[in-house]
Design a protein around this ligand. Structure first.
Ligand code: GLC
Length: 745
């Protein structure tokens, strides 16, 4: 009886608090009050997350008995409410469930994949897209998503580079934080929001060989300077959850890594949210050879600080026994369960556990589709535009050949992680071109899908090209060729796409190649054959309208590369913030130029590839426009800066062309000499600026000395006096540097 009264009071207390938004102290008090009523089994129940298959009696019993804390992959509001009612009304502790789903770049309205959103360099686009995703997904009962993925990716072979924001810590940090803000809004108790999940902590993008789930060796300075910042930025933006990663780091998988989960995440960064494992990553400690069996895995993960076991069936089957055997202290279980309960309070689920059926299944709002189209327009990168073949004045062309496997790919234009895609809503480039150009369009795909090797369609495609004034060639990758577990060692266009392009060239007409892919591709000869190249990282629902606005010039391309493009697949991993080495390439000796029986040292003994040189095909930050811009020399407020000071950097940007355009102005530095070798460039700020023809704007950046710090040999951040260079440029290779010094105070 006493317990029942206590529960009633706890619930009443909780109800009383619905009047005021709970402070964290109030939430802690509610959490502690609940924990003091819960059995060990019920606490462990909160630590288990299952993928939902069907709400059979077994599932309902599981819920009623308080043996589950969360489900993922249920997105039916009625079903969510049915399960929730079982939890909130029929279980002993009446603790609500939290429903989760991978909503990575949209739920029903699909935005460009995150790598594409990164190419926009526009936090507002990313934040807005996440808010749309939260609004749509939460209308089905989903209140937690496993996004943003902010793993730094330097290797295009890794299929999951599609899900992140590229190779740079600053760009990934700003966009990852914007995505967290978009999902969580101003008030996470608002039922239109979702808890974000910063993932995959940590260093997952450094998998050896770009092969998914592979091992990672990351010395602490590299972890701290390159890989950690984006996770920290997401946490500082208020991310309610973090997901640990599959890979092992220096031999210790994050699911059992106390240094990562406790020393760094909790102690150094002060994170007080909830940590969820990746799918089965706790039980995978066994195949990693890090845990003897699943019970050992459960012990290691719970001690390391993984709060919730996603589909690993380690906590539910082994933690009770482990506690009874004294292998895990019940206090530890209280901490883990407390983090789960805190998340549910922060989501407002104790006050508002059910989906409001009056707003259930709300998708495709016009303003959402409009934003998704703008995201496509801002994320497409113009890589080449020989002879200004673009934009095309549709009133002046008689016939347009539309060719290629990606011209009308309602599924594949959405890219990876689109579990909830309704492809009938995808607007393809062919559909949109027909809308604007009607019977001027001659469509002949040439290939049925991106991996297609059959040439039966080539002749007809060539005929279409011969009959036309211009060819729009839609090439790229099917969605399945990137994303989790989808890594490639040959980054060229799949199937017979290059052969089809060579065939089309015989028509002698201008060719615009529009690539839709989930990663940087090796475009090599294809980019030579095409007169213009427009590149999209899978654009989503509104690819068609966005691409047509870009091809016709209704919108001027403004995307800039978030990842370096390699010349050959063998050049990966390749990234802009590389080290100079002791033998930087001064000149390249190309493999075909080497004399027969040439001497051992005849090729110069410098750091380059005989068959690929050292420069990328396109550098990080690169992107063309239909207009041109001029950037003045940077003006520094001082050429000397104390180690605890700052300088401002100004420049004038002028649109020197005849049409409006946006440019991404990037500020890079180089620390010329350090107690550790330093990268040849580091992005320290950027701004996307819109300019009318002839317009000039002055940009001013603040550069604090603290932004020049790096992790020293003692693993502590350090700002060292010395000489620096600074660029203001439109990519990581262009611009003329100016110099400044950091001096002791
Ligand atoms: C997957 C992914 C992770 C995802 C989770 C749930 O294996 O690694 O990013 O959020 O499982 O689907």
């Amino acid at each position: 009886m006493r317990k029942a009264v206590a529960i009633f009071l706890a619930s009443a207390a909780a109800l009383e608090m619905t009047a005021a938004v709970r402070t964290s102290a109030e939430i802690d008090s509610c959490v502690n009050s609940l924990l003091s009523q819960m059995t060990l089994e019920e606490k462990i129940g909160q630590l288990s997350q299952y993928s939902y298959y069907k709400a059979d009696e077994g599932t309902l019993a599981q819920v009623r008995n308080g043996l589950v804390g969360s489900y993922l992959n249920i997105f039916n509001p009625e079903e969510c409410n049915r399960l929730q009612r079982e939890a909130v009304e029929n279980s002993r502790m009446k603790i609500p469930l939290v429903f989760a789903r991978d909503v990575i770049h949209g739920f029903r309205t699909i935005f460009p994949i995150p790598l594409g959103q990164a190419a926009s360099w526009n936090e507002d686009i990313v934040r807005g897209g996440a808010a749309v995703a939260a609004d749509e997904a939460s209308s089905t009962g989903i209140r937690w998503t496993f996004s943003p993925m902010v793993d730094i990716a330097r290797d295009a072979r890794w299929g999951r580079c599609a899900e992140g924001f590229g190779e740079d810590p600053l760009l990934t940090s700003r966009l990852g934080a914007a995505m967290v803000e978009g999902y969580q809004g101003e008030d996470l108790t608002n039922p239109n929001t979702m808890a974000a999940c910063v993932k995959h902590f940590a260093g997952y993008g450094a998998v050896e060989g770009g092969r998914d789930y592979n091992t990672t060796w990351l010395p602490e300075p590299l972890l701290r300077d390159i890989y950690f910042p984006s996770y920290k930025a997401g946490i500082d933006a208020g991310a309610a959850t973090v997901m640990c990663s599959f890979n092992d780091i220096n031999g210790v998988p994050p699911s059992g890594n106390e240094w990562l989960m406790n020393d760094i995440l909790r102690k150094e960064w002060g994170y007080d949210g909830m940590v969820v494992s990746d799918w089965g990553s706790i039980n995978e400690l066994v195949p990693h050879g890090f845990a003897e069996d699943r019970k050992d895995a459960a012990v290691l993960a719970s001690i390391a600080g993984v709060d919730m076991d996603m589909e690993g069936h380690c906590y539910d089957n082994h933690l009770l026994e482990a506690v009874k055997e004294g292998k895990v202290d019940e206090k530890r279980i209280d901490e883990l369960a407390g983090n789960v309960l805190r998340l549910k309070y922060r989501l407002g689920l104790f006050d508002n556990p059910y989906v409001d059926m009056s707003r259930a299944n709300r998708f495709y709002a016009p303003e959402s589709l409009e934003l998704a189209r703008r995201a496509v327009e801002e994320s497409a990168i113009l890589l080449k535009n020989e002879g200004a073949v673009l934009p095309v004045d549709m009133s002046k062309v008689k016939k347009i050949a539309v060719v290629g496997p990606m011209a009308d790919a309602q599924h594949d234009q959405n890219g990876t992680w689109v579990f909830d895609l309704e492809k009938s809503h995808s607007v393809t480039p062919l559909t949109s071109l027909k809308e604007v150009a009607g019977d001027k369009i001659i469509f002949s795909p040439g290939l049925a899908y991106s991996r297609d090797k059959k040439r039966a369609g080539f002749a007809d495609a060539l005929k279409a090209a011969r009959k036309s004034d211009i060819v729009f060639y839609f090439a790229g990758e099917e969605a399945v060729l990137s994303g989790e577990a989808h890594c490639r060692t040959d980054l060229t266009l799949p199937g017979a796409q290059s052969e089809l392009l060579a065939e089309l060239k015989k028509a002698g007409k201008p060719i615009v190649m529009i690539v839709q892919a989930g990663r940087p591709l090796v475009l090599g000869k294809d980019a030579e054959l095409a007169d213009a190249v427009l590149y999209l990282f899978h654009g989503g629902t509104m690819t068609g309208p966005g691409v047509v606005n870009l091809l016709t010039g209704a919108v001027n391309p403004s995307g800039h590369l978030p990842m370096t493009f390699p010349v050959t697949s063998g050049q990966t991993p390749i990234y802009y913030n590389q080290k100079n080495t002791g033998r930087p390439a001064q000149s390249i000796t190309w493999i075909d130029d080497i004399e027969l029986e040439a001497g051992q040292t005849s090729t110069g003994c410098q750091s380059f590839y005989l068959d690929a040189g050292v420069a990328p095909a396109y550098p990080f930050g690169y992107g063309l426009s239909y207009t041109t811009f001029k950037i003045s020399e940077p003006r520094l407020s001082a050429t000397e800066m104390p180690v605890d000071g700052q300088i401002t950097v100004s420049c004038d940007v002028t649109n020197t062309g005849d049409r409006e355009g946006k440019d991404v102005i990037q500020l890079y530095i180089r620390d010329l000499v350090g107690s550790m070798t330093r990268p040849v460039r580091e992005l320290k700020d950027y701004a996307k600026v819109s300019l009318a023809p002839g317009e000039t704007k002055t940009l001013t950046f603040t550069l604090p000395a603290s932004s020049l710090s790096f992790t020293g040999r003692d693993m502590k951040p350090i700002v060292e006096p010395g000489d620096f260079q600074l660029w203001i440029s439109e990519d990581a290779q262009s611009g003329t540097p100016v110099s400044f010094k950091v001096v002791n105070k």
